[in-house]
Design a protein around this ligand. Structure first.
Ligand code: GLA
Length: 459
C-alpha cells in the first residue's frame, strides 16, 4: 500500500473509533499513533504490533456508591490510553512508556507478583496480570509493550478521570486477546475491578465497566450489584440529550495520597451495614436498605463512633476491610456517610428517568444536589473544588455541576447548554482564577466507545 493510501486507511479506522470527530482531532490522533508506532519499532525492532486503547471516564452521578452495590452513571471520554503490544513466547511483560518520567518495567506474570512501591505505574499492569494468572492459570504469555497516555490525547492523570483504570483495562485486554481467553464485556470489567485492588485501594467496578462497555454519546447506567456470582450485571446505555454538553473542568489540584481516605469511606459504609444488620439481618450492602425510609435508618446509625466503641460491640474496623488495608483512623462518621449513599442511589435512579424523558432541568438539579451531599455528608470536596463548583453553578448555560471521581481535588463535571459552552468556560476560568489564583482547564466530554484493539500492523 502506498504511504498516502495507508494514511487514508488509518484515518478511516480512527474515524470509526472516535466517531464524527473533527479533522484536526483525527489528524492529531493519526500523528499520535504514527509516533508511538515509530517509537515501538525503535525499542523492539521490526515485526507485528497490535494497538489497544482504553478510555478514561467522567462520572455524571453516583459517587462512592459502586462499592456499596449501588448505582452509577459514568460516561467514557475520548481521552484514552494506547497500549502497543507484541506477543512474547514466555511469561514476561516488558513495559515502556512514551513519557520518560515513567521508567521501563519488567515483570513475570504469575499468581503472586510482588507489588512495587505505592504509586508505581507498573502496579496497574501487574495487578491485571496477577488477577488473570490467578483465575486463568499461571502460564499466560506476556508481551513487549509501549504505553501512550500523553496529553492532550491521554487521560489526565490524578484528576479523577480514571487514568489508572484505563491502564489496567488496556493491559488486561491485551493479555486476554494474546492468550485467547474467553473473557469479555461485563466479566472482563468485573475482573479488572478486582485486579485494581492490587494497588491497595478497595474501589468498586464503575471505572472498569465504563472503560469497557461505553458507547458513543451515551452514559452508562450500571447497577453495581452482581446478578449472579459469575459477574453478570444490569446496565443500560442512556443517551445524552441533544443540545447539551457534558463539560469537565480540571481544578489542577490533587491530593497526594487519597488511598487511606478512600479506604476509610469504604470502612464507614461497611460499619453502617454491620450496625443496620441488627434490625435488618438480611442485608449485606448499603444498597439493600434503599427501600426503607431514611428516617427509619438514621436513628440506628451513630453520627460518630470510635474504634474502641466499635470493638466493644464486636465490630473490628480494621478487619472490616480486606487484609493489608487499614482505614488509618480511630473515628468513624457512619451516619452521614450512609446518608450520602442512600440518597445518592435515589438520585441516580431519578437521573435515569429524567434523561429518558429529556428533562435536563431535573437532571441538572440532581447533579448539583449530589455535589452538596458529596461535600457535606461524604466530605470529599476541597476549597479549590468548592470555588470551581460555585463558579460553574453560577455560569451561563449551566444546569448543574458537581465534583466527579473519588474526590479530594481533581475535576468537576457540569451539564451545559451547547450554545453556551464558550461563555461557560470563560466565566468559570475567570471566577476560579480570581478566587484561587489557579488556572483551570476545561474540555467538552466527547464520549468514545469502550476499550478494544483498534489497529494491527507489521512494522
Ligand atoms: C474511584 C473508584 C471507583 C469509585 C469512585 C467514587 O474512582 O475507583 O470505583 O468508587 O472512586 O465514586
Amino acid at each position: 500500500m502506498s504511504n498516502a493510501a495507508s494514511i487514508q486507511t488509518t484515518m478511516m479506522r480512527l474515524a470509526e473509533v472516535y466517531g464524527a470527530a473533527s479533522e484536526p482531532f483525527l489528524e492529531g490522533q493519526a500523528r499520535r499513533l504514527g509516533e508511538a508506532l515509530g517509537l515501538f519499532e525503535r525499542l523492539y525492532g521490526p515485526g507485528p504490533v497490535d494497538v489497544f486503547r482504553a478510555p478514561g471516564r467522567v462520572n455524571l452521578i453516583g459517587e462512592h456508591t459502586d462499592y456499596n452495590h449501588g448505582y452509577v452513571m459514568p460516561m467514557a471520554l475520548d481521552k484514552d490510553i494506547l497500549l502497543l503490544v507484541r506477543p512474547r513466547e514466555d511469561g514476561l511483560v516488558r513495559l515502556q512508556n512514551v513519557e520518560t518520567a515513567f521508567e521501563a518495567r519488567v515483570f513475570q506474570i504469575g499468581p503472586d507478583i510482588p507489588p512495587r512501591p505505592a504509586g508505581d505505574w507498573a502496579n496497574y499492569a501487574q495487578g491485571a496480570a496477577q488477577l488473570l494468572a490467578r483465575e486463568w492459570g499461571p502460564t499466560l504469555k506476556g508481551f513487549d509493550g509501549l504505553v501512550d497516555g500523553r496529553p492532550p490525547w491521554g487521560v489526565p492523570r490524578g484528576s479523577g478521570l480514571s487514568s489508572s483504570s484505563a491502564l489496567t483495562v488496556a493491559v488486561a485486554m491485551a493479555l486476554v486477546a494474546l492468550n485467547r481467553l474467553p473473557l469479555s464485556g461485563p466479566r472482563l470489567a468485573d475482573a479488572c475491578g478486582r485486579a485494581e485492588w492490587y494497588v491497595g485501594t478497595r474501589g468498586g467496578i464503575m471505572d472498569q465497566f465504563i472503560s469497557i462497555l461505553a458507547q458513543r454519546d451515551h452514559a452508562l447506567f450500571l447497577d453495581c450489584r452482581p446478578r449472579t456470582p459469575s459477574g453478570e450485571y444490569y446496565y443500560e446505555q442512556v443517551p445524552i440529550p441533544p443540545g447539551y454538553r457534558v463539560v469537565v473542568v480540571d481544578s489542577r489540584t490533587k491530593h497526594l495520597n487519597t488511598g487511606p481516605l478512600f479506604n476509610r469511606r469504604v470502612a464507614e459504609g461497611r460499619i453502617g451495614v454491620r450496625l443496620l444488620q441488627r434490625a435488618y439481618p438480611h442485608i449485606t450492602h448499603l444498597r439493600d436498605v434503599g427501600d426503607i425510609p431514611w428516617e427509619d435508618l438514621e436513628p440506628l446509625l451513630p453520627e460518630v463512633i470510635t474504634a474502641e466503641a466499635l470493638r466493644a460491640q464486636g465490630i473490628d474496623p480494621v478487619a472490616i476491610l480486606e487484609a493489608g488495608r487499614d482505614p488509618e483512623t480511630d473515628v468513624f462518621f457512619v451516619r452521614r456517610r450512609c446518608r450520602h449513599v442512600w440518597y445518592e442511589n435515589r438520585r441516580v435512579l431519578e437521573s435515569v428517568r429524567a434523561l429518558q424523558r429529556r428533562d435536563t432541568a431535573t437532571f441538572g438539579a440532581l447533579i448539583s444536589a449530589a455535589h452538596a451531599s458529596a461535600r457535606d455528608d461524604y466530605e470529599i470536596s476541597t476549597p479549590a473544588i468548592e470555588a470551581l463548583v460555585e463558579a460553574a453553578q453560577a455560569a451561563p448555560g449551566c444546569l448543574g455541576a458537581r465534583i466527579t471521581g473519588a474526590g479530594w481535588g481533581g475535576c468537576i463535571v457540569a451539564l451545559v447548554e451547547a450554545g453556551a459552552v464558550a461563555d461557560f468556560e470563560h466565566f468559570v476560568k475567570e471566577a476560579y482564577r480570581a478566587r484561587t489564583g489557579l488556572e483551570a482547564e476545561a474540555f467538552i466530554c466527547r464520549s468514545a466507545p469502550g476499550a478494544g484493539r483498534i489497529f494491527s500492523t507489521t512494522l
